[in-house]
Design a protein around this ligand. Structure first.
Ligand SMILES: Nc1nc2c(c(=O)[nH]1)N[C@H]1C(S)=C(S)[C@@H](COP(=O)(O)O)O[C@H]1N2
Ligand SMILES: [Mo]
Length: 319
């Protein structure tokens, strides 16, 4: 594993929950100096070394799948992140210069605590956990990713939503000077997404700040992105700058763009086809090629933890 063994972690690192910058140890020479074979030389060129930092004090989560994670290279080189272009290799090609820090997160709407926080201040109150989750894209590719994140339920609790807060809305960075894809109207910017309050406080929902024990690569939504493992990938919004507690169902980018194809809920469901293709199977991305199709599981395999959230709902209608 790439995280420190418990014996290597000084108690102060665990208990002080020092700020994010102090929870990072910068990697030298693309990880070679630390004995980790993470990325090919070609990829190291795409992910500037000075931004790759190992996160310390990361706890393991009981919610992790025991499936083998995809390689760091797979995870950072085949992505959807339309702010950097609509092709799967565009984010890796065009995010090399993207330095997310300094970054601010605004929390607003129906909650007792609101404000705009520096990224390290924003994540400081929360435990860092490693969560190995499957991510399944609506386009039928999937990966297993060892995220490092904070519990979204803990974040929600911290900001104390009022009874008017029925949904949580998320907005991503809008900065066409730094994100090439935003110079075209591929989508209505900023990218936005939302969850019901019950979905947001489900123990599986996290805000991820890293991958493979390291700070979040630009391609995966640095410095902070949502991960909702039982929903199609597009719900897991990257590059979050705004979290708003709202009363009405918030706008969601793909739902706005093509409402007949992308519903608000977007739960992984092998029985409900996308209008243009079946959702019954998926291909797990392999080292250099796609592996054979495997059956997609209801709620991406997380039915036991989340099916109750949709009791009594018609999942064909509320897709
Ligand atoms: N801001 C933003 N977030 C985004 C997207 C995007 O284009 N912009 N694409 C989504 C889609 S379609 C998928 S499948 C996942 C992919 O996440 P990954 O590349 O980290 O695996 O990110 C999601 N989050
Ligand atoms: Mo996706």
């Amino acid at each position: 594993m790439l995280i420190k063994k418990p014996a290597d972690i000084r108690p102060s690192e665990i208990t002080s929950k020092d700020n994010y910058l102090n929870r990072r140890e910068f990697m030298r020479a693309g990880g070679i100096a630390t004995g980790l074979a993470l990325a090919s030389p070609a990829l190291s060129a795409l992910v500037p070394d000075q931004r790759r930092a190992r996160l310390v004090g990361v706890e393991k989560s009981l919610f992790s799948t025991n499936e083998t994670p995809n390689s760091y290279e797979d995870i950072t080189s085949y992505n959807n992140y339309w702010e950097f272009g609509s092709g799967k290799t565009d984010p890796a090609m065009y995010s090399g210069d993207f330095d997310p820090l300094p970054w601010k997160v605004t929390v607003e709407g129906h909650c007792e605590k609101t404000g705009t926080f520096d990224f390290d201040e924003f994540i400081k109150p929360f435990d860092l956990e490693e969560r190995i989750y499957r991510l399944r894209c609506v386009e039928r590719w999937s990966m297993v990713i060892p995220w490092v994140g904070i519990s979204l339920a803990d974040v929600v609790k911290h900001y104390a939503p009022t009874s008017n807060a029925k949904y949580v809305a998320f907005e991503a960075l809008h900065d066409p000077t730094r994100m090439l894809g935003q110079r075209q109207r591929l989508l209505q910017w900023p990218y936005r997404e939302g969850l019901t309050m019950a979905e947001a406080v489900n123990p599986l929902s996290i805000l991820a700040v890293g991958v493979y024990g390291e700070s979040m690569p630009a391609t995966n939504g640095a410095p902070i992105r949502l991960v909702v493992p039982w929903k199609y990938g597009f719900k897991s919004i990257k590059g979050i700058v705004r979290i708003r507690f709202v009363e009405r169902m918030p706008e969601a980018s793909w739902n706005m763009a093509q409402p007949n194809e992308y519903g608000f809920y977007s739960n992984v469901n092998p029985e409900v086809d996308h209008p243009r293709w079946s959702q019954a199977t998926e291909r797990r991305i392999g080292a250099n090629a796609f592996t054979p199709a495997i059956p997609t599981q209801m709620f991406n395999g997380y039915a036991e933890q989340v099916a109750h959230l949709y009791d009594g709902m018609n999942l064909r209608k509320d897709f």
